[in-house]
Design a protein around this ligand. Sequence first.
Ligand SMILES: [Ca+2]
Length: 327
Amino acid sequence: MIRPASFNPISILKKSISFTLISAFVIIASCSGDDTGNMGDATGDNPKDSTLTIPRDTIPVLEPKDVLFYDSFESGDMSATNTDGFQWSGNNKTSVVTNEAAVWNNGEINNPKPDDGRDWTSKDGSYGLRFRYPAGEAWAEQRFDMGAPQKELWLRYWIRVPENYTHGMMSEGGVNNKFISIWMDGYEGFGDGSSFWLSMESAGNGNTDLAFTYSLGSETGSIAYRQHKPFINAENDKGKWMQMVIHLKAQSAVGVNDGVVETWRKWESETEFTKFHEQFDVPFKLPDNGPNGFQKGYLLGWANGAYAEDTEWLIDAFTLSTATLIE
Ligand SMILES: [Ca+2]
């Protein structure tokens, strides 16, 4: 649970006000004309104040201006947006699911969950986003456009290790199985601005390391992956939810090299985040002709080492912010 750093009365009053405002903001952002925004009820975590409808452990207390976007998929579709015009792109082997059925894939569907023991239980509320990699197929991906660029960006989301997880190794030695990518004007060699990636790399015995890389912009490719850290133990971590936090900051001017990459992870059984990656001299380049910051991205993505079995990831409670999501 994220707790405020201090508890003085003024702070509590201020945070209470902000929390209510954020709740209202999030409901507006995540609903699509229905009344399913009450995620507190959905989780059985009923706050005393009926206006507080966000489970307290899924979004921190922040000023409303800091939270750019939040989607727990409780609308049952991909309609969530914000004042910047955030948009989820089309579903590419992704679908909104409950633990009973897939309900959205580029339109409303009602495909009952196969009766084979699989678990689509969301982390927050009743709905989550499922990524399905059929055996031997490399691509499941959810793209998004934030609608406006951000020089500094924080991302946080829950993601569940597949129940039958073992590192995908079907080609290229199991390196460069994409976890997330964020870019500015164009992806990698198509961008004058920099791109960023987290990637899952084989650590042997079915286990996975997490590493990052970036491009220097000016239509160049990525540099070598760096800071490989143990990420998933295939024997012990199957089916576990983890919460990821990613902090990116573009360099302040060309040649200053003061861009930032930081990442953290917290398993659902843990109370504290563990830092994975840290670099404070990243030459993240802003595009000469805009947009002036990070604007687009995808979740998961191309697995160069495809999985030997059908493999399903789940993502939930996706948050974008301009201020820290680690407290
Ligand atoms: Ca949810």
